[in-house]
Design a binder for this molecule. Structure first.
Ligand SMILES: [Zn+2]
Length: 515
């Protein structure tokens, strides 16, 4: 159970000699449990810098006295994040500290405390290798978690939008992906793809690469160079694929082993290998069985597609008539574990959803792709209310935008259409549709849960890693018109509905600024 750090002011003395007791309850930060200040003097404090004040009252004193994890950065200003589905917590005057390991050292709501320091004096400064950032009109939100994207498809994103899934794969996708036998081509496309996802605020992405081992390694290297957090999968395909883009079963398994060992040898905690059978129709039982063994042997996550459109589900049933449904095929071959997450899941009936729930498999909703490829509309509220782990994905390039803001907006429209299709009208539709707050949760903490990363990222709980975006809604000639009368909450809403990468002025992953 995670708790929001909180600050409690205890005023037993006069205003000029007030003692502060600060309690921070989080994960792995015993040293931050309590602090005490004894020499506060309001007049003195008001003339001091924030850093001097922090040293004076001893907030996070260990960081200032050669503690194990020295403090590196302190943000002052508005912070918004999600602690539970449907709720966005806003702290207008937050002090958020990040240590040199990129972890959140403290997160204080200064409005909840009688802070003997004039916070209007906080300004940008660097002292003793600690940077203070006054956010001013800007605000912080957690980085987005894109649970499903195809990095090679960045090459043709925005084209070939005239066909449904199975025809689209054959005509556009497989020819484009086959070109990644050329590692130089891979480097060019992957560099642009990863930068595009980062620029759009996706601090974590779960990528499909292609069947090519060397190009898939290149994607992992580029992710590392750019500092993104990612799950990277070498794709597996040994049947129902064109001659120019198919592997032998053993070749596919050996290539996967080589790829997994390569990523392990990178020893980068931000880059994780993920077992990636393309989907059931393109993998034989022997291949899926072998991949299940590799996943179990290395304790790896597994990603794939499931129940995206009706003809695909019928095809899967004809290939595996012994299996009761799509899920049962993955399960038969050891690919349906608590570390599995499946994109789409548009056409699962209640029995299958229950099976997915019992297996602890997560789902990734990719609404733009579902609309664009005419696959169907997923009833996401139903999945959430049944207790499933649910995140959002762009599914580039079935979804033609790399932006999770686009995923949020299309998920909103999808949920309105679902409610209307259920016979609701007017206000009832709005009651049933997913709210922007609910979708913000799915795009951050929900996605982190799907990837098994909710103990590390997804919001600003103390002890988590600082994956964050600095948002400015007032950039010149930007997509948003903000006014002085706009509240922080109003600017946040405008960003979700109207913002784009121009408003994402900084991107941080594990405390390191990537953009
Ligand atoms: Zn996909």
């Amino acid at each position: 159970m995670m708790f929001l750090s909180r600050i409690i002011a205890v005023g037993k003395h006069s205003a000029s000699a007030r003692k502060l007791a600060v309690f921070s309850i989080g994960t792995g930060l015993a040293g931050l449990a309590s602090f005490y200040g004894g020499k506060e003097d309001v007049a003195e404090a008001k003339s001091a810098s924030l850093l001097e004040w922090l040293k004076e009252v001893g907030v996070n004193r260990s960081y200032f006295e050669g503690g194990k994890n020295p403090l590196k950065k302190i943000y002052y200003g508005p912070v918004l994040h999600s602690l539970k589905f449907g709720e966005v917590t806003k702290v207008e005057k937050a002090l958020l500290g990040v240590d040199d390991q990129g972890k959140i050292a403290f997160f204080l709501d200064t409005d909840a405390a009688d802070v003997p320091f004039d916070l209007s004096l906080v300004e940008n400064e660097v002292q003793d290798d600690i940077t203070v950032v006054s956010l001013g009109r800007r605000f912080l939100i957690p980085g987005f978690v894109d649970g499903h994207a195809h990095a090679p498809q960045h090459a043709f994103t925005g084209t070939g939008l005239d066909l449904p899934l199975l025809q689209w794969l054959m005509k556009y996708t497989f020819p484009a992906e086959s070109k990644f036998a050329d590692v130089d081509h891979a480097r060019e496309v992957y560099t642009k793809a990863v930068r595009s996802h980062l620029k759009n605020g996706s601090t974590t992405v779960s990528y499909f690469a292609t069947i090519h081992v060397e190009a898939s390694k290149e994607l992992a290297r580029i992710v590392e160079e750019m500092g993104q957090r990612a799950y990277v999968g070498k794709v597996n395909m040994d049947r129902n694929s064109p001659d120019f883009y198919i592997e032998g079963t053993q070749e596919s398994l050996q290539g996967t082993l080589e790829f997994v060992e390569f990523i392990k040898s990178m020893n980068n905690p931000l880059v994780t290998p993920v077992i990636t059978p393309r989907f059931v129709p393109s993998c034989t039982g022997a291949l899926m069985h072998g991949l299940g063994l590799i996943a179990r042997g290395f304790d790896l996550p597994i990603q794939s597609h499931m129940s995206e459109m009706v003809p695909e589900c019928e095809w899967v049933h004809s290939l595996h008539p012994d299996c009761v449904n799509y899920s049962a095929v993955y399960d038969k071959y050891g690919l349906f574990t608590e570390k599995t997450y499946m994109a789409h899941c548009v056409h699962c009936d209640s029995a299958e959803r229950n099976f997915v729930l019992n297996k602890g498999v997560g789902i990734v909703h990719c609404p733009l792709s579902n609309f664009s490829l005419a696959s169907g509309i997923c009833n996401v509220r139903e999945w959430v209310e049944e207790g499933h782990k649910v995140g959002l994905g762009t599914d580039v390039s079935g979804g033609y935008s790399p932006s999770m803001l686009s995923a949020i907006r299309h998920a909103r429209i999808a949920s309105i259409e679902i409610a209307r299709n259920q016979g609701h009208e007017g206000e009832k539709v709005m009651d049933k549709a997913l709210t922007f707050d609910e979708l913000f949760y799915l795009a951050t903490l929900g996605g982190a849960q799907v990837l098994g990363l909710s103990d590390k990222i997804g919001n600003f709980d103390v002890g988590k890693e600082f994956d964050a975006l600095v948002i400015d809604t007032e950039i010149e000639d930007g997509p948003i018109h903000a006014f002085k009368s706009d509240s922080v909450r109003g600017r946040f809403e405008k960003f979700l509905a109207l913002g784009d990468d121009r408003n994402i002025v900084e991107v941080h992953v594990c405390g390191r600024q990537c953009l």
